[in-house]
Design a protein around this ligand. Structure first.
Ligand code: NAD
Ligand code: MG
Length: 398
């Protein structure tokens, strides 16, 4: 039996994770569930999974949840705040932690799990974008195992030889014959929208991804392809890749979830339905395979698969992220923070879609980007970049 903490259990990834648990009650027991403020969903999930702990981000939501669970005579202990998130992520009896909080808020709990040597199923890419080296090195020291849940990274992981899988973060791609990681992305909902019309697109249009159903933040990131940029940085850290070893390819159908190109000309691809339950089930079952409820691909009905190079004029956020990736940790931390603030402002209709890129670019050029490997420095850059991004947005909306 594997005992699990699910960080961000009410979100898109969290709900898919619970769906896999539901199918395999003989293999997985939920020790802790956590959420930001969705008390209703949390009540339903606590009743169904009866975890030992339920954590809400704030005390107010925790109070409502505590009373509701008490009225159902449930023994689940309700806690609140970041320290409580870290506690349940590192709790002694927990084996596996699903890191599925969105954004920088997921960093400290994910790191807490890594420090205690847990198996961490990593969906929260922002944590790795902010703290890649620290994250990977801490895992090496503690013996924590990281399994990628992001569909592309999960696909790449599946296409790598066992040697590379076993040394995630430190693998030598060259020595196992890998030429290149081919990171695929659909191009999002605005793949065919004239570039001149991009600034007038609405949040509703931006979150309507053609292939995947996801949370709002990552959906906007997919539309700008900042998501692919964050994934590029994520791939660099997970697979220890050098600048010429990662290439982004547009693949509108999202059937191939990424590929690995080998020295001898072979290309291995992982394919499947665009349903996150596949990579989640892969990571939960690894090294075994468990059922996920996902329909098999029917190749007789698939039609054509197509591929295109990236047009950086359409996706300037992707270019910024790739540049930040090779500039270093402080640049990627700042990029991530500025992007979170800008996406929030776009979702609240305070700025236009193309202004997301301007905000992030301005923050990156305004910051003094000294090396950042310590957690304190990383958090300080995150705070400063958020402050600058808010300032920039105020100027834009004045
Ligand atoms: P979501 O918005 O649907 O869910 C986010 C979860 O985090 C919710 O449970 C929410 O309550 C919790 N949360 C939000 N802010 C919090 C805070 N300040 N403190 C504590 N908890 C907080 O997001 P999602 O789409 O499930 O994405 C989660 C993560 O997984 C993101 O990092 C995303 O990039 C990554 N990811 C998602 C998908 C997908 O298909 N949804 C695919 C790949 C990677
Ligand atoms: Mg992805």
């Amino acid at each position: 039996m594997q005992y699990m903490t699910i960080l961000g259990s009410t979100g898109s990834i969290g709900r898919s994770t619970l769906d896999i648990v539901r199918r395999h009650r003989d293999k997985f027991t939920v020790t802790a569930l956590t959420a930001n403020s969705d008390v209703e969903q949390m009540i339903a999930d606590c009743l169904e999974f009866q975890p030992s702990f339920a954590v809400m981000a704030d005390e107010k939501s925790a109070l409502v949840l505590r009373e509701a669970l008490a009225s159902h005579k449930l023994k689940t202990e309700v806690l609140a705040g970041v320290d409580a998130l870290c506690l349940v992520a590192s709790y002694p009896s927990v084996d596996v932690v699903m890191a599925a909080i969105v954004g920088a808020a997921g960093l400290l709990p994910a790191l807490a799990a890594i420090k205690k040597g847990k198996t961490v199923l990593l969906a929260n890419k922002e944590a790795l974008v902010m703290s890649g080296r620290l994250f990977i090195e801490t895992a090496q020291q503690s013996g924590a195992k990281i399994l990628p849940v992001d569909s592309e990274h999960n696909a790449i992981f599946q296409c790598l030889p066992a040697d590379a899988q076993a040394t995630l973060g430190f693998c030598d791609l060259h020595s196992v014959g890998v030429e290149k990681i081919l990171l695929t992305g659909s191009g999002g909902p605005f793949r065919y929208t004239p570039v001149s019309e991009l600034n007038s697109v609405t949040p509703e249009q931006a979150v309507a991804h053609p292939n995947w159903s996801m949370g709002r933040k990552i959906s906007v990131d997919s539309a700008s392809m900042m998501n692919k940029g964050l994934e590029f940085i994520e791939a660099k850290w997970l697979f220890n890749a050098q600048p010429d070893q990662i290439q982004v390819i547009i693949h509108p159908q999202s059937v191939i979830h990424s590929m690995v190109q080998y020295r001898d000309g072979s290309v291995l691809a992982q394919m499947g339905q665009p349903d996150m339950r596949t990579p989640i089930a892969h990571a939960m079952g690894f090294p075994e395979r468990v059922t996920s409820g996902v329909n098999p691909l029917d190749f007789s009905r698939l039609g054509e698969l197509s591929f295109l190079p990236v047009d950086f004029d359409r996706y300037p956020c992707l270019k910024l992220a790739i540049e930040a990736c090779w500039a270093g940790q402080s640049a990627t931390t700042a990029l991530n923070a500025a992007n979170e603030v800008a996406v929030e402002a776009f979702l609240n209709t305070r700025i236009g879609f193309t202004q997301i890129h301007h905000v992030v670019a301005d923050v990156l050029s305004a910051l003094n980007l000294d090396p950042a490997n310590e957690l304190e420095t990383i958090l300080a850059i995150d705070t400063e970049a958020r402050h600058l991004a808010h300032q920039k947005i105020m100027e834009l909306t004045a």
